[in-house]
Design a protein around this ligand. Structure first.
Ligand code: HAM
Length: 410
């Protein structure tokens, strides 16, 4: 038996109906914030991802040469692709641009529950606005998107400026090492890293940033820094929108392109792979041949949201099982067509089974109604509509049946 590739999944109709239900809710929220959908290629030039992150990232990607010898990668994330698309297609468009995407990404990772090699992100990018209001809008949108899914979560918000201020005496390589330790939330590793870099005095202030619970505590550690007012304003706007968050100035973010405000979301009921959201302020457009453009965005790990929610029953839409005999099939087909024309799902029996077998298979399939068409109904061009939840049934004409099913009565 041929198996699916490691780290991938098959989704059958039940799970897909759960996924689509949440996806559609999220689409509605993004649209209400004025974000329009974009789609970019599933594969890109490798350089798009290595330019900022270095060649090291190739080990974490599905990277290959195509038949023309081009170095290609399946996208490990979508922000770089969206920035490239912006530079290619929309640099002259009026700012700001509000874009969202729902698409799959590929990372060559060690698979486990909540960590896959093919996974979906619901993401938003706000391009061309450089303000506290922009940063707060993006965080608020991420909050509303997670909230609409029903997942229980906490959003942690920070900013890279205080950390970078403390690390300003270190070269870029050393800064990256320290930030990697902070990103892992591993204080022992942080202490060790600072000791190797002969900067043990930085341990206390950096560890202090990870535990600071108020902005006052943060600025007590750093003193006045140029981003102070922007940071204060961002939190003011979050409070004005009643967005719950936890301050965390120890957030470093794994990806290399962030420059300012950063935030992450965690599902309350997941274990190791509990990070369901990541984002922040970044600049990428200039790397891809465009003008330097302030941007801010995030991506939600859609699969992790679904793992956190567990199995559930999306609201049922009316669906009619058409129960007939070989002799009444022709009339039954025209009835099914009328139902579908009215936007109601209608499913025909294809197995020539008896009425009771058809009815029990209709109940098992989750149909809300049975449209029974025996010889009597075919003769009088009527149907017997049976509500499978209440077992009430009544003979009526087709248009009456359509409106009863649409109104959810009978
Ligand atoms: P990221 O933190 O690398 O950020 O990924 C965003 C989310 O995708 C994570 O929080 C996680 O929920 C989910 N995720 C990542 N890897 C996997 C995996 N292997 N399996 C399942 N879920 C996964 C980004 O990708 C940035 N592009 C976010 C962003 C947008 N920043 C600015 N704009």
């Amino acid at each position: 038996m041929i198996q699916k590739p490691r780290g991938t999944r098959d989704f059958l109709p039940k799970e897909m109906s759960e996924r689509r239900f949440i996806e559609n809710k999220m689409r509605g929220i993004a649209k209400n914030f004025g974000y329009g959908e974009v789609v970019t290629p599933m594969f890109e030039e490798q350089e798009l991802f290595t330019l900022k992150s270095g060649e090291g990232i190739i080990g974490e990607m599905y990277a290959f040469e195509d038949k023309g010898g081009r170095k290609i990668a399946l996208r490990p994330e979508i922000t770089a692709a969206v920035s490239r698309a912006y530079v290619n297609e929309a640099q002259v468009a009026p700012k700001p641009l509000r874009w969202f995407y729902f698409a799959e990404c590929f990372r060559y990772e060690r698979p486990q529950k909540g960590r896959y090699r093919q996974f979906w992100q619901f993401g938003c990018e706000l391009i061309g606005a450089d303000s506290a209001a922009a940063d707060a809008e993006v965080i608020a949108l991420s909050y509303e998107l997670l909230k609409c899914s029903g997942v229980r979560f906490t959003i942690k918000v920070g900013h890279l400026a205080p950390m970078k201020h403390l690390l300003s005496g270190l070269d870029a390589f050393a800064q990256k090492k320290v930030m990697a330790a902070l990103d892992k939330r591993d204080l022992d590793l942080l202490k060790e890293t600072l000791a190797t870099l002969e900067k043990p005095e930085l341990y206390e202030p950096l560890a202090g940033l990870t535990t600071a619970q108020t902005l006052d505590e943060v600025f007590k550690i750093t003193g006045d820094i140029p981003d102070k007012n922007r940071i204060i304003e961002t939190f003011k706007y979050l409070d004005a929108q009643n967005i719950p968050y936890v301050l965390n100035f120890g957030i470093a973010r794994g990806l290399d392109y962030y420059t300012g405000m950063v935030f992450e979301g965690f599902a309350d009921n997941l274990g190791a792979e509990n990070q369901i959201l990541g984002g922040g302020v970044y600049r990428l457009a200039h790397l891809f041949g465009g003008k330097d453009t302030p941007s801010c965005g995030f991506a939600i790990g859609f699969d992790r949201v679904l793992v956190s929610l567990g199995e559930f029953e999306p609201p049922k839409k009316p669906c009619a099982a058409v129960v007939c005999t070989p002799e009444t099939r022709e009339f039954a087909l025209s009835v099914a067509a009328e139902f579908r024309k009215a936007g109601i799902c209608a499913v025909m029996d294809l197995m020539d089974r008896g009425f009771s077998a058809q009815l029990s298979s209709a109940i098992k399939s989750g149909a809300t109604h049975a449209v029974v068409i025996g010889a009597k109904e075919a003769e009088s061009k009527t149907i017997t509509l049976k509500n499978l939840e209440t077992s009430n049934q009544k003979e009526m004409n087709i248009s009456e049946a359509v409106s009863e099913v649409l109104n959810g009565i009978s």
